[in-house]
Write a protein that binds this ligand. Structure first.
Ligand SMILES: *Cc1c(COP(=O)(O)O)cnc(C)c1O
Length: 402
């Protein structure tokens, strides 16, 4: 069986564009390497050995398929709420889906090493895991401010054998880590592959990461039809860069009765520039880190400061497929504030015994709000992108329970 294909609405043209978004902008040496990566990716996904190996690892290593759970207590608010349990994957989130794909691809292309940036460390841990599994070196660039904040993930990456490169330039956070990782990649371009953590960056990353995440939606659509009958009315996912959302949406693209809803972080309020990260909702069109999309901008067009209670959602840009789905009216983009996120985090923990990642809690927050507007015959399917072990101390601190 061939791996799930991407729907034509979210496949790029030959220049890597999705409508006006996407593309491949920047350093010529990088453009050459990325064109080669794209060719390698397109050939390898037609290779039965590659697909077979990926399916084997998805089943026996990640633990796929992840179940769909009917959250009956949460559903007392109105509409029925179902959760696609990506939090049950090995390493606790959806990121392992594309990290295994990327590292497997790097290995088949004869590369010795994968290089990446990480913000909160979630992508770094998932990539270090996949690299350990498949026997590749792994080099992770991380801002010094983030290193100080994200101690458990830093320890995990070290234990998994990754080389951690601290980045002290500028603010010492994600943006500087991306620049540092790209610079390191340019110096080792023949022996290494850059592994991006979401459906962002220049082509082919948005297409490639979406392809590896599409397993989520294909499983979910088939499971829902088999176990519940019919299709959900809305499929819902949080949107940082947009990988867990596009992975879920892809399989439902032709089902016109199914609304595709992305939930962006409204932080402390959409009226507070610098204190949210609602990129599609409030951003302007332009080019950021090698591709075109809507992004949050300062007056002079530079990327604005962003904030979210969930560090996996605080990126000023967003995947080009989501911008395109918004433009053509197929995707709907809503928001949830930090406060709504915290209350959804607690509701899911206390009413269902599932502690979600703060990122995923944004999608749950919208679902709770939406369920109360609808009657009990309606069905909402939420991508529970990750588990909240990483967030428990932070949440306790916020709530002053300690
Ligand atoms: C990183 C992360 C996200 C945000 O990334 P997307 O590319 O928008 O999916 C969401 N949920 C969890 C649990 C994450 O770790």
């Amino acid at each position: 069986m061939i791996q799930e294909q991407l729907h034509s609405l979210i496949l790029p043209d030959s220049n890597g564009n999705f409508g006006q978004h996407g593309g491949r902008i920047g350093h010529p040496a990088l453009a050459q390497a990325l064109a080669e990566l794209e060719a390698g990716f397109h050939s390898i996904i037609r290779d039965a050995d590659f697909i077979g190996e990926m399916k084997r690892l998805q089943a026996t290593y990640v633990g796929r398929p992840s179940p769909i759970y009917h959250a009956r207590t949460l559903s007392k608010r109105g509409a029925q709420i179902f959760l696609k349990r990506e939090d049950l994957n090995h390493t606790g989130a959806h990121k392992i889906n594309h990290c295994i794909g990327e590292v497997l691809l790097a290995k088949k292309l004869g590369k010795k090493k994968v290089i990446a940036e990480t913000g909160a460390g979630q992508h770094g841990v998932a990539l270090a895991t996949a690299a350990a599994l498949l026997g590749l070196e792994c080099e992770i660039h991380m801002g010094v401010v983030d290193i100080a904040k994200e101690h458990p993930n830093v320890s995990r990456m070290k234990i998994l054998g990754a080389k951690l490169v601290p980045v002290s330039a500028g603010a010492g956070t994600l943006k500087e880590a991306v620049d540092s990782a790209f610079a390191a990649y340019l110096e080792q371009i023949d022996s290494s592959m850059f592994a991006i953590g979401s459906v962002v960056g220049p082509a082919p990353y948005p297409e490639m990461v979406a392809y590896f995440q599409s397993i989520v939606g294909h499983e979910a659509r088939e499971q829902f039809q088999r176990e519940q009958g019919g299709l959900p009315d809305e499929v819902i996912a949080c949107v940082g860069g947009g990988s867990n959302a596009i992975g879920l949406f892809n399989a439902f693209m032709d089902d016109q009765s199914v609304a595709l809803v992305g939930v962006e972080p409204a932080g402390e309020g959409l009226d507070k520039p610098g204190r949210h990260a609602a990129t599609i909702t409030k951003g302007k069109f332009g080019n950021i880190q090698g591709f075109n999309c809507y992004y949050l901008q300062n007056e002079d067009g530079t990327p604005a400061a962003v904030h979210s209670i969930a560090s996996g959602l605080d990126y000023p840009g967003v995947g080009p497929q989501h911008c395109h789905l918004k433009d053509i009216g197929r995707g709907r983009y809503e928001t949830a504030t930090d406060t709504e996120c915290l209350s959804a985090f607690l509701a899911l923990s206390r009413e269902e015994g599932i502690i979600p990642a703060l990122e995923s809690a944004h999608a749950v927050a919208y679902a709770l709000r939406r369920a109360a507007e609808l009657d009990s015959s309606k069905r909402l399917l939420v991508n529970l992108s990750g588990r909240g072990d990483k967030d428990i101390d932070f949440v306790l601190g916020k709530l002053n329970f300690a």
